[in-house]
Write a protein that binds this ligand. Structure first.
Ligand code: SF4
Ligand code: SF4
Length: 206
């Protein structure tokens, strides 16, 4: 009799909704703030956001970012700052995707995409260069490298969601977009809780 009960349990499962997906053929939707492969952004006019300040490199607990800044050419500047990221490398054999580099960046230049399916067959591929990390100059979208498995929508939210919190500490800018838009994504709305008004409304609701 206990056998029959066991079969009944198994039989019932046939009609249950499946909780697994045939990954990697089908990827499940990822959380909005999942930390995947980095991108270096550009402003809407195509200029690079990175000013070569090395803050991301300094804060990285895994010591996997290498930045060298250089003075912007006066006749054809690469970034709006005095300097730009002349050399920029991230070693993905060491990165733990903690996102501290993103938080440290004063210009919202470095952000993380939701794409984490990438594997390498040699050490050089694992060290991403500035050219590989920079978004495309025409579309503003991340470059898709041969060893990466990008799917629809995984290039979303690769621009600086923290931008609304980066008005250099000036409270009068809270809730306002203080930077120009992202190439390919335009100007984003600040997230809930990132503006004074919304924070106060939330506090009042509690
Ligand atoms: S996500 Fe963390 S470990 Fe990776 S490069 Fe940024 S600071 Fe370093
Ligand atoms: S990515 Fe940001 S923090 Fe890193 S060097 Fe460039 S501007 Fe500075």
């Amino acid at each position: 009799m206990s056998y029959l009960k066991g079969f009944l349990v198994t039989f019932r499962q046939i009609f249950q909704r499946r909780v697994t997906t045939p990954y990697p053929k089908i990827k499940r939707e990822k959380p909005e703030r999942l930390h995947g492969r980095h991108v270096l952004g550009r402003y809407e006019d195509g200029m690079e956001k990175c000013i070569g300040c090395e803050l991301c490199s300094g804060v990285c607990p895994a010591d996997c970012i290498y930045v060298r800044g250089a003075d912007n050419p006066t006749d054809n500047p690469i970034s709006p700052g005095e300097r730009y990221g002349f050399v920029y490398e991230i070693n993905y054999l060491r990165c733990i995707h903690c996102d501290l580099c993103v938080e440290a960046c004063p210009t919202g230049a470095i952000t993380e995409s939701k794409m984490f399916e990438f594997s390498f067959t040699n050490r050089n591929d694992a060290i991403y260069t500035r050219e590989e990390l920079l978004v495309d100059e025409e579309t503003g979208k991340p470059k898709q490298l041969p060893w990466e498995d990008w799917r629809d929508g995984e290039d979303l939210l690769t621009s600086g969601w923290l931008r609304a919190t980066s008005p250099s500490g000036d409270a009068t800018y809270e809730g306002q977009i203080a930077w120009s838009g992202d190439l390919g994504y335009g100007v984003r709305k600040s997230e809930i809780g990132q503006s004074v008004t919304e924070s106060r409304e939330q506090e009042e609701d509690q």
